[in-house]
Design a protein around this ligand. Structure first.
Ligand code: SAM
Length: 274
């Protein structure tokens, strides 16, 4: 099996496991609605190591596109540095956060393309950024090739060493009595790039502080969502029962006990055709 086939298999089997756990309940139209506000951030902030690192890649004359821009957490600070920012984002709740934040912060050089990258109609830019999106993209080769075709100078990918939800994978065993199928992340992406003949630079970035939950109630709500637990189910009762034991209090709220901080990486290359 090739690296791109293996990537697809991981994404599809993870999604199939989620669908099975959802049972009769159809997947939400906009998966990001409950979390979109988490992606709101002040574009003028100066204490975000990821933003500061990405700003080193961007010059005032550059045009930049952020694929899967979310609420503009990265697109908006970069827009303040570059000539023009194109944000490609399919989730309407994320788009709403991005629009509001841009207006509130006086960022006026962003155009929003409300579409999946695979379908988006765009013009080429100097730099393409894609942060924390690839984990769920089954057709990784076409996705990457389209970024290469539309980036004149650089492709910048940010993704974690481990899958984003891996901190709660141990709870699957406790609640569902089965292992969570992991999404692909940096190790599998390196293999994909090798298969595609892309010679990329991989830079490990500062580990993120644990994001966690504001309080116990939010922990229960978000874990119920992420573990696909139906109201009144025995699995939800199990989660409620174990919750006091699995949460650890921190300065800023609660984390899942024993979970390790996620380590991001910046993967960058110059597209060969350009
Ligand atoms: C974890 S969020 C990251 C948002 C932003 N890049 C950041 O780092 O703050 C992932 C985003 O990717 C978007 N996304 C998922 N699949 C996509 C696709 N096929 N094309 C474009 N965006 C996609 C989601 O809607 C979501 O807003």
């Amino acid at each position: 099996m090739t690296a791109t086939q293996r990537w697809r298999e991981l994404v599809e089997t993870e999604h199939a496991q989620s669908d099975l756990k959802r049972g009769e309940i159809p997947p939400p139209q906009d998966h990001w609605r409950p979390f979109a506000q988490n992606f709101r951030a002040d574009p003028h902030r100066t204490d975000d190591p990821l933003v500061n690192r990405l700003l080193q890649e961007v010059e005032p004359q550059h045009t930049v596109m952020d694929v899967g821009a979310g609420g503009g957490r990265l697109a908006l600070p970069l827009a303040l540095r570059c000539a023009k920012m194109v944000a490609v984002e399919p989730s309407s709740s994320m788009c709403q956060v991005l629009r509001e934040q841009a207006t509130d912060s006086g960022v006026d050089n962003v155009s929003l393309v409300e579409a999946q990258w695979e379908e988006a109609q765009v013009e080429a830019v100097d730099i393409i950024l894609c942060a924390h999106v690839l984990y769920v993209v089954a057709g990784i080769e076409d996705f990457v090739r389209k970024m290469e075709a539309n980036a004149r100078e650089k492709v910048l990918i940010v993704l974690f060493q481990s899958p984003p939800q891996s901190q709660i994978y141990p709870l699957w065993q406790m609640v569902h009595v089965e292992e969570r199928i992991p999404l692909p992340s940096l190790p599998q992406f390196r293999e994909v790039l090798e298969q595609l003949g892309v010679d990329a630079n991989v830079e490990m970035l500062e580990q993120l502080p644990q994001r966690g939950f504001e309080d116990r109630e939010q922990a229960l709500d978000q874990l119920t969502d992420r573990l696909y637990l139906a109201p009144g189910s025995s699995q939800l009762a199990k989660l409620e029962q174990i919750l006091p034991d699995i949460l650890q209090e921190t300065d800023s709220g609660f984390i899942v006990k024993g979970s390790q901080p996620l380590q991001p990486a910046l993967v960058s290359w110059r597209p060969q055709a350009n």
